[in-house]
Design a protein around this ligand. Structure first.
Ligand SMILES: [Zn+2]
Length: 193
């Protein structure tokens, strides 16, 4: 299921449920998370001109929404640990391959090449294991919402409830402000001359 949470409610925490977005289970830890927008499709064309123009445009256009305390369940914590261990192990094969290549003779360069690709795969696995990526949320292109395209149904229901509650609280606050203003107006005595 997908859900878009207003960025303000992600930032102040009012729209964040107590469940993780991936598994829909109760949070055991909360971590600060920055949600970034995806680069627009056309920006990938800039890769033709090199990585730098692409990076610059991506950084300029990127919207960021920060959550002070994003919920993660025990499964998320385990997933993170496993991905970091697998990813770092794959990356560690690269220096090992240099050592082995010295004694492998003709097979040496092939060994290093293979280890190089495994190291890149390892880097991708590590990236997918970090707290910023695990919730699978992305700031919208205009930065007004944080979108969760593959959220757990329990998370979606809880986030909708949190949103409704935040709106109610805002409406109550707004009404009390108006009441206070009306009272002020009523109590106001124009000066007599
Ligand atoms: Zn989880």
């Amino acid at each position: 299921m997908s859900i878009a949470i207003p960025s303000g409610l992600v930032h102040n925490g009012a729209g964040i449920p107590d469940l993780c977005s991936r598994h829909g289970e109760s949070a055991s830890v909360r971590k600060p998370v920055k949600f970034w927008s995806k680069p627009p499709a056309w920006s990938y064309l800039l890769i033709v001109f090199g990585a730098l123009p692409f990076l610059i445009v991506t950084l300029i256009l990127r919207k960021e929404v920060q959550a002070q305390a994003w919920p993660f369940c025990p499964q998320c914590v385990k997933l993170r640990k496993n991905r970091l261990i697998i990813g770092i192990s794959l990356m560690a094969l690269l220096p090992l391959s240099f050592v082995l290549a010295g004694v492998a003779g003709d097979a040496g360069p092939v060994l290093v090449m293979l280890a190089f690709f495994l190291a890149i795969a390892g880097l991708l696995v590590v990236t997918r294991g970090i707290y910023r990526i695990l919730p699978w949320g992305f700031a919208s292109r205009d930065g007004s919402t944080v979108d969760f395209p593959k959220a757990h149904p329990n998370f979606v229901a809880a986030a909708q409830a949190a949103h409704a509650q935040a709106m109610q609280q805002y409406a109550a606050w707004h009404a009390s402000q108006q009441a206070a203003y009306a009272q002020q107006q009523a109590a106001y005595q124009p000066p007599q001359f």
